[in-house]
Design a protein around this ligand. Structure first.
Ligand code: TPP
Ligand code: MG
Length: 296
């Protein structure tokens, strides 16, 4: 489906309370248009819950289930199996959680569901920290980033370890579909959700969703930052279909410093810190590119 062919009807409606410039809200609005009405959403505590589904108000026009922080993938599994028993196998069941609820706290349920090849779509929207509770670092926070639990001080400044490579961890589960997407590359985003909707078995999409509040950037710069993330190689747009990896957009290898500049969370970083991150990006790209060369 081309962007201009997207239905006008909104299934994630106005009236939600996301911050201006919130990448997660852009993701929710677009992905549910692609998945359509016959979708059940399963989601734990995260910003998305707080801004779109706090009783008695809800922005979703499809069934929405709030579950515990640890068990999104397990609950989505149960939901899908129950629907199947009732003859509603065509319904898409989507678990959607933040990076904290996916890469850290919900990981064991996620890994189990993936290994069993449950017939669900799991979406991690990646704003690179626990935002809803006040910007704490997660396994998905990048090197150098300030968060309230990786403060800037005299001894250490920002996160001292690197971002967990969740897409490749998910690929190692040998599931039918793993992809990364970004709200700044909407056509690619649409293509991936369309594809994921049609595939049977476990599907995982990790979406890059800037957070102006936590990343300390201007609310008008969300999409610009998405482009810089992909151009610099900080975020690889790729997909893995039954083990075959395709790179969807080759990074221009714009210096990572350009990506860091508009974001207050990186402003304390020294030249040495930036070099450490730049070296990591180059290595990461080398690894991603090699994956795409593997013949299946
Ligand atoms: C077991 C458990 N631990 C902690 C919390 C508190 N909590 C709710 S949301 C949240 C942060 C969520 O972070 P993330 O999953 O990245 O989503 P975001 O808020 O960034 O959108 C935390 C720690 C909880 N609800 N349940
Ligand atoms: Mg988060």
């Amino acid at each position: 489906m081309k962007l201009k062919e997207m239905p006008d009807e909104e299934l994630f409606t106005r009236g939600h309370t996301a911050c201006a410039g919130c990448g997660a809200a852009i993701a929710a609005r677009n992905l549910i248009k692609v998945l359509g009405k016959d979708t059940v959403v399963v989601s734990p505590a995260c910003c998305l819950l707080i801004f779109s589904a706090t009783y008695p108000l809800i922005a979703w026009k499809v069934p929405y289930h709030h579950v515990a922080f640890e068990n999104t993938a397990a609950c989505a599994t149960g939901m899908k199996r129950a629907l199947k028993v009732r003859g509603k196998d065509a319904t898409t069941v989507m678990g959607i959680a933040g990076d904290g609820g996916t890469a850290d706290i919900g990981f064991q349920a996620l890994s189990g569901a993936a290994e069993r090849n449950e017939d669900i779509l799991y979406v991690m929207y990646d704003n690179e920290a626990y935002m809803n509770t006040g910007i704490q670092r997660s396994g998905s926070t990048p090197f150098g980033a300030w968060t309230t639990t990786t403060p800037v001080g005299k001894v250490k400044s920002g996160k001292t370890t690197f971002k967990k490579d969740m897409p490749q961890i998910m690929m190692a589960h040998n599931v039918p579909y793993v992809a990364t997407a970004s709200v700044g590359h909407i056509q690619d985003f649409i293509n991936k959700f369309e594809k994921a909707k049609k595939i049977k078995g476990f599907r995982y999409i990790q979406v890059y969703t800037p957070c102006p509040t936590g990343w300390r950037h201007d609310t008008s710069k969300t999409i610009e930052i998405c482009k810089l993330a992909v151009d610099s190689g900080m975020w690889t747009l790729y997909e893995c279909e039954n083990g075959k990896v395709t790179i969807n957009r080759k990074p221009k290898m714009t210096p990572v410093a350009e990506y860091l500049k508009p974001q207050g969370r990186f402003k304390h970083m020294t030249e040495a810190d930036i070099k450490t991150l730049q070296d990591w990006v180059l290595k990461k790209w080398e690894k991603d590119e090699k994956l795409a060369q593997i013949k299946t």
